[in-house]
Ligand binder design. Structure first.
Ligand SMILES: [Zn+2]
Length: 310
């Protein structure tokens, strides 16, 4: 079974205008690097409308089908306190994820999200799980809180009580988000203080992957996903293989989960392409780096199954 452990479903009205501005600028830079200048209107039409706006999750399901992925974890995002509120309140967004997942119960595993500083955050997570069927918790500390501070711990206590896996964004981010909150060091505290909690650090913490891998090697309940590395994998496969080999050796082969961060990079690197680069590691990695079929099967789904309890 192949599981993408890190996806999003986006609706224009769920995210604040500043989010779309920032994202559009990032997309513009990615296209410019590839030698194409796109106007803001072209970015809106060719990328946001065609690939990103997906309020029913149908585009995601099509992408999973095309790539041959069985299930995807879909993550609500709450940037309201950092970027301004979207038109739709965060509570409604969590409920909508539950409804979309009900349309595709065998395919989607929805994770709730709420900024822990919001009033009623703990109650919202409880309702999201018990009433709307969400299965985990996603937190984006770059909005302005630390994973290991008291206000976040109230939410993590609820997650532990409800037996929810918790996925944290880790790795640097652009303003107005703050990178200092996204260092994997803070998750070491969480792993120590909540030994029962299954914790996933997203994106291998990007440039902090060595630190993350070391913490994950020490803490039995700390995992990581490889979402957002598809550009790196495509552009310089030997360097990517070297990072991944080091992470598997340091953190343990059972700790690494496949993920894409879809739909973000999907217009640039199709999911099936990233999947192929991982699947072919035993044959295609530089000969000095050995990957086994068992390791690849773990990354592509076996490890996520254990973390998610499926
Ligand atoms: Zn993400």
């Amino acid at each position: 079974m192949i599981i993408d452990a890190h996806c999003h479903i986006w609706h224009e009205d769920w995210m604040p205008p500043l989010f779309w501005d920032l994202l559009s600028r990032m997309i513009g830079r990615l296209y410019a690097k590839a030698g194409r200048e796109l106007s803001p209107a072209q970015i809106r039409e060719e990328v946001l409308e065609r690939h990103y706006f997906d309020p029913q999750g149908d585009k995601l399901i099509r992408a999973l089908d095309e790539a041959g992925v069985d299930k995807a974890v879909v993550l609500v995002l709450d940037f309201g306190l950092a970027m301004g509120e979207g038109k739709v309140p965060i509570e409604e967004q969590n409920r909508a994820y539950g409804q979309i997942a009900q349309r595709y119960p065998d395919r989607l595993i929805p994770f709730a999200s709420v900024d822990p500083r919001r009033r009623g955050a703990v109650e919202l997570i409880e309702r999201a799980v018990k009433e709307w069927g969400l299965k985990g918790l996603k937190l984006h500390p770059t909005a302005g809180f630390y994973p290991n501070e008291a206000i976040t711990y109230r939410l993590l206590e609820k997650a532990a009580q409800l037996n929810l896996p918790v996925l944290f964004h880790t790795g640097p981010v652009p303003a107005p988000l703050r990178s200092k909150h996204a260092h994997p060091l803070h998750l070491d505290d969480v792993a120590v203080d909540f030994p029962q909690l299954k914790i996933i650090a997203a994106h291998l913490s990007f440039c902090w992957w060595q630190e993350l891998a070391t913490f994950a090697g020490h803490q039995a309940n700390l995992y990581c996903d490889i979402a957002g590395w598809q550009h790196a994998a495509e552009r310089n496969y030997p360097a990517f293989c070297q990072v991944l080999r080091a992470v598997l050796d340091t953190a343990g082969p059972e700790k690494v989960l496949y993920g894409t961060d879809g739909p973000f990079l999907r217009p640039f690197v199709p999911d099936g392409e990233y999947l192929r680069l991982i699947r072919e590691l035993p044959e295609q990695a530089p000969s000095s780096l050995k990957f086994t079929r068992e390791e690849v099967n773990g990354i592509l789904g076996g490890n996520a199954r254990r973390v998610l309890g499926i």
